[in-house]
Design a protein around this ligand. Sequence first.
Ligand SMILES: [Zn+2]
Ligand SMILES: [Zn+2]
Length: 369
Amino acid sequence: MKYILFSLFVLLSVFSLFSCQDDDDTTCTESTWYEDADGDGLGNPAVSQLDCDQPTGYVANDSDSDDTGGDATDPTDSGSANSVDPSLFLTDGTDFTVTLVDCTLSDGTTTKCYEIVTNGMPTDHNMGPWCPDNIADGADAGGIWLEGGEVYDVDGAFIENMATFYNDDKWLMYDANGDIYTTETQDDCANAANPDVGVAYENFCVECLPSYLGDLTSTYTIPMTPVLADSPTQFGGGGRGGSNGPSNRGIAFNGVVFDAPAPTDAILGAYTLAPFDDAGGHINLNAGYHYHAATGVSTEIEQSDGHAPMIGYAMDGYGLYAQLDADGNEPTDLDECRGHTDEIRGYHYHADKPGSNNFINCLAGAYAN
Ligand SMILES: [Zn+2]
Ligand SMILES: [Zn+2]
């Protein structure tokens, strides 16, 4: 098999050599080239391009397990401080890919970006559960809810006590047997998520299942090397000054997006509850599975100096880290975006506390247009 692959490769190389020498020939044969960011002659299997000619910085080899010129888990290695390390993403080459593309950033910088295409299904943890079945159910049967900066287990008792919790007698989300009214179908999920649907879905626990999503994919583009902007960009979409900036905050290593705050006022205003699972995620039919809280369930890259673990990248390519360090402390010098700089990691962000329904407040770096 190895010999066949090698022969195929030689054949392809020879073929593309000939076909590309002739500029009039538009039928050149593309082959796959892998990024060799650290220049060791070994390519990164996670980052590839199709091209007739060998692109600069790319090789045919795809066997480099660490293409950063260093180890991203080793904070004493400055080689990985600032550029995005695509090998940290849990890509599978099919449902989750990372590809280097040309891009222009919001400040006009022409550069390279990583285009992340994913079905948004985490491979490092289960999704759900969200809604418990009965008010006698324990915390294992449900997810969480975020209120007033706190994380609450959505167990049977939480549902039973909602009228008291929200000081509003209109909350009654269960029948005489204690069974909780929960969305049962994709139509239910679509209707209950619409705040204009009216009374039909009042007092429903909204639970949209992965099976409703089909082959939905999402594409995100982040700068390969972050560029600090002159001034921070407020997030766009859903308030915050109507900025043109992205509304997504960042991407977890499993390809799940760190989303804008959940519109909990609208959800509660329609007398529905759309819990998050213990990972801080839930599903809507347009966005797929997405996070509203960093609860420490998705893949984390531990930092050997006791700094908070890394949980992904913000949309400007800067690293996104958990809220708390190994001693349980939040940094005290965070800027308005929730970022700060240290010698090991350069500029980076720390996610807001899980109960805040928030990750970061703005983007300090330029984002891909
Ligand atoms: Zn949501
Ligand atoms: Zn930090």
